[in-house]
Ligand binder design. Structure first.
Ligand SMILES: [Zn+2]
Length: 220
């Protein structure tokens, strides 16, 4: 089963993608994780990507497409995958369709998770992480028992530069400019389903599952 998750930054695509990945036993492909991994290792790709991300801009299409193409050609993607953070615009979507066509396969379902802007801002700007052990927190929804220090290792908690309020607002405005053509494209192919993401992780996941179940039963 080949799935794309769409939605603004902060709607919980990563969390839902992880749950889908476990439930349907398909790899979770997050372009954000792949990019962050390269940034932490200071690869040339990472350094290139970093300069864009810090400004709240998107990483150039060709850079992202080549990363995704590489990943999709790995053996574990044969039975399917869930894409999170890609495609972000119409060009990337069309390129993805071509890449899949070359491999004689196609996307089975595109899910758009919808959450209002005020809630997105609260979710993202409250995120904190530990640079030392990688633990994640949220000042409201998942606070550390040690306030601004990591529960696991005591290190001072930090906010990612791309999670600051100004950067988030810039990312949301870029998102709202690009999502409609993308949603229309998949809708025209009969692949798009919109899911409300305001009511917690579990409710959202249940809604996604009932949508995917009908796709899944056609495939097996
Ligand atoms: Zn820690």
């Amino acid at each position: 089963m080949r799935i794309i998750l769409l939605g603004a930054p902060g709607v919980g695509k990563g969390t839902q993608a992880k749950l889908i990945s476990e439930h349907y036993k398909i790899p979770h492909i997050s372009t954000g994780d792949i990019l962050r991994g390269n940034i932490n290792k200071r690869t040339s790709l990472g350094l290139k990507a970093k300069s864009y991300i810090e400004k709240g801009e998107l990483v150039p299409d060709d850079l992202v497409v080549s990363i995704v193409k590489d990943r999709l050609e790995k053996e574990d993607c044969k039975a399917g995958f869930v894409l999170d953070g890609f495609p972000r615009n119409l060009y990337q979507a069309k390129t993805l369709s071509e890449i899949l066509k070359e491999n004689k396969c196609m996307i089975d379902k595109v899910i758009l998770i919808d959450v209002n802007k005020a809630e997105i801002l609260e979710r993202i700007s409250g995120r904190r992480f530990c640079r030392n052990c990688g633990a994640n927190y949220h000042i409201k929804f998942n606070p550390s028992k040690l306030n601004d220090r990591c529960e696991k290792c005591g290190e001072q908690l930090l906010q990612r530069e791309d999670d600051s309020k100004d950067v988030v607002l810039e990312r949301l405005s870029v998102y709202s400019r690009t999502i409609n053509p993308l949603a229309n494209y998949y809708s025209a192919h009969g692949l798009l389903t919109k899911i409300q993401g305001n009511e917690g992780i579990e409710n959202t996941f249940n809604r996604i599952c009932s949508t995917l179940q009908s796709v899944y039963s056609l495939l097996v």
